[in-house]
Ligand binder design. Structure first.
Ligand code: CU
Length: 196
């Protein structure tokens, strides 16, 4: 939301410059050479996010670009997960379907729709901040290559699929436990070897 407000400020500043430059007060002058921000022409329908108690999840939907230029999504954020990635699903050398960060982001072609689906491209929530239960509404903000943004909410649904293995980060997952140090009593217990 802060980012969105900041962008509006930049646009307002640009409009003032345009008006001052043409010396007209007859109203906003269309600037033919400047494409509209991707965030103004790309919409999402049928958005939803997979309910999950912890760990990873994914969000899906149909992104439509009504503009005249391709729109490229370079990142996505959500309060539901401090780390997010743009994932594609591919077949690895062993023939398994795995997901990985998509190089170059997601391109929504001009006048066309890019569908994010289980088993395909998706917004990946890498580490949930808390449980997502069915019926929850989760907010996402997509950022395009022109730095414009699109914010939407997606309802959470129970879904048993979309469990592809993650091969992107190379960071070992799990095994960290709760972070509570093991009790030290066992190693400091006095020996009773001399007792009869
Ligand atoms: Cu993924």
């Amino acid at each position: 939301m802060r980012r969105f407000t900041a962008r509006l400020g930049v646009l307002a500043g640009a409009a003032v410059l345009v008006l001052a430059g043409c010396g007209s007060d007859s109203g906003p002058t269309p600037v033919e050479q400047t494409p509209r921000p991707a965030g103004d022409v790309v919409t999402i329908e049928n958005a939803w996010v997979k309910a999950a108690p912890d760990g990873m999840s994914a969000a899906f939907g149909d992104l439509h670009n009504s503009g005249s230029q391709d729109a490229t999504i370079i990142s996505v954020t959500s309060p539901a997960s401090p780390a997010m990635e743009l994932h594609e699903t591919v077949q690895n050398a062993a023939g398994e379907m795995v997901m990985q960060p998509r190089r170059g982001g997601f391109v929504v072609p001009a006048g066309a729709t890019l569908s994010l689906r289980p088993g395909g491209d998706h917004f990946m929530l890498m580490d949930l901040a808390g449980p997502i239960a069915a019926g929850d509404e989760v907010t996402f903000t997509v950022t395009f290559s022109d730095r414009s943004t699109l914010t939407f909410t997606a309802p959470a649904k129970d879904y048993s699929g979309a469990n592809e293995t993650y091969e992107g980060g190379g960071m070992p997952m799990g095994g960290m436990g709760s972070g509570t140090p093991a009790p030290a009593a066992a190693t400091t217990a006095p020996t009773t070897a001399d007792a009869r």
